[in-house]
Design a protein around this ligand. Structure first.
Ligand code: ACO
Length: 418
């Protein structure tokens, strides 16, 4: 067994700690016996260096700009597989066969309907309430409707619950939006694919016609896939923490939704669009770039830089292509996208940004892409919630699944890492 020896400079005592070897990435020192051996605890502000569990789901190499789900490159998954295949991969460790996919998708289609009683809960909220407040409450309330599933013990029961959650969250997100607008709720359409059904529930009116193009479905599907997982970030850690107590998965997911709400996490793409609007015109971009570079000015270019990626965020690359395709096919032109394109052009060639590895991140593109999909800004973070529930991960995960292509073992918990 490989190990690392620590010497206590006070007592001179030397203690060996096991080194847990990762399949990819940095190895990890197992310090679980630290207090017993040396009488100390560790201090790791923000848990940036600490893994709270072993995981074989996702791997990030921030220097290379690489993101893998179960060993698959994110670009490959977002381009060649749909979101539900990716959910299956995250849950089961391998992509589904066509037969496995059919069974999985059919099951998810019938699980889309929440209990009718949930609508009364929506009615109690003011229409101006923040959608994240309404959504987290509605998801938490589902645990009251699903009281018969409170005692989940087996892997099979967890998987059943995971499918239930992935299927129902888009319906609740759409209800949140409809309530905020005073529109009638639209039931899920079981004949439509997951992402198409979500756009349908957002856009349709009873007895009316709804237009949804394939390029829009593909773009939204890619957004869901690209947001499905990102190691042990704040919201994922919140879900794991709550679930580890044996609390109902809906209660745990609700905690994760609240963690995702913040501007340093799920709210970042809203901030990007806020800033683009504040800039207001392409002619003002140069002045704002100068402010971003000024060490005496607090102004930062939103959507640039990332705590982990010190190279191009691989998710951003996919979204940029998607946004350009959507724009070209639907003939969308907007002042906001013009401003975003100009900022990107300058920053990618400016020594200040290049020398600090400040590349556009996923939020830089997802905000403008969602606007192009006619999704209102207040719904950006709820959309992130839909994607991230694709990684519904319980304390039992990893114990039963043996992915063919493993990533690595423990990963640190990074607050607001997205
Ligand atoms: N605009 C201008 N300058 C920046 C930016 C930016 N967006 N980001 C970092 N810098 C500069 C800093 O001022 C600093 O410059 P200095 O070396 O001259 O002092 C240098 O780059 C390093 O900055 P740090 O804050 O140390 O970089 P870190 O990697 O810790 O921060 C962060 C990453 C927080 C994402 C930062 O880049 C930022 O604030 N970006 C803007 C906000 C944003 O887009 N957030 C969403 C990120 S995606 C996500 O995690 C949800």
């Amino acid at each position: 067994m490989k190990s690392v020896t620590l010497t206590d400079n006070q007592s001179g005592k030397r203690v060996e700690f096991p080194l847990l070897e990762s399949v990819l990435g940095s190895h990890v020192i197992d310090i679980s016996s630290l207090n017993k051996e040396l009488g100390y605890f560790t201090y790791d502000n923000g848990l940036g260096m600490t893994a709270s569990c072993t995981s074989t789901i996702t791997y990030i190499d921030g220097d290379k700009g690489e993101l893998l789900y179960r060993g698959y490159e994110i670009e490959e998954l977002a381009t060649n597989h749909n979101y539900l295949e990716v959910c299956y991969l995250l849950l089961n460790g391998e992509l589904p066969t066509p037969q496995e996919y059919r069974v999985f998708e059919d099951d998810m289609r019938i699980k889309r309907y929440p209990n009718e009683g949930i609508k009364k809960i929506f009615e109690a909220f003011p229409d101006k309430a923040h959608p994240m407040a309404v959504l987290s409450s509605a998801v938490s309330a589902l645990s009251a409707f699903h009281f018969q599933h409170l005692d989940i013990k087996t892997h099979q029961e967890y998987m059943e619950m995971a499918r239930r959650i992935i299927a129902k969250i888009p319906t609740l997100v759409a209800y949140t939006y409809r309530h905020s607008m005073g529109y009638p709720y639209i039931y899920p359409d079981p004949n439509r694919y997951f992402s198409e059904n979500f756009l349908y529930m957002m856009r349709a009116f009873p007895n009316g016609k709804v237009k949804i193009s394939q390029v829009e479905i593909d773009a939204l599907d890619a957004i869901f896939t690209l947001h499905a997982d990102h190691e042990q970030n704040a919201s994922t850690s919140a879900v794991r923490l709550v679930c580890s107590t044996g609390a109902h998965p809906y209660a745990a997911i609700s905690a994760g939704i609240n963690a995702l709400w913040g501007r340093a996490h799920g709210g970042a793409n809203e901030s990007v669009v806020d800033q683009l609007e504040m800039i207001g015109d392409v002619s003002k971009v140069d002045a704002f770039i100068a402010r971003a570079k000024d060490p005496n000015d607090d102004f930062r270019l939103m959507g640039f830089g990332h705590r982990v990626y010190k190279n191009f965020d691989p998710r951003a690359r996919v979204l940029k292509k998607m946004r350009d395709k959507l724009q070209a096919e639907l003939g969308i032109s907007s002042k906001i996208i013009e401003i975003a394109n100009r900022i990107e052009e300058i920053a990618l060639n400016d020594d200040y940004f290049v020398s600090r590895n400040l590349y556009p991140n996923i939020d830089f593109y997802s905000g403008t892409l969602l606007l192009a999909l006619q999704i209102p800004r207040s719904m950006f973070t709820p959309i992130f919630v839909i994607g991230r529930t694709g990684r519904v991960d319980y304390p039992m995960d990893g114990a039963k699944t043996r992915p063919k292509r493993q990533n690595h073992t423990p990963t640190p918990t990074l607050c607001g890492q997205c």
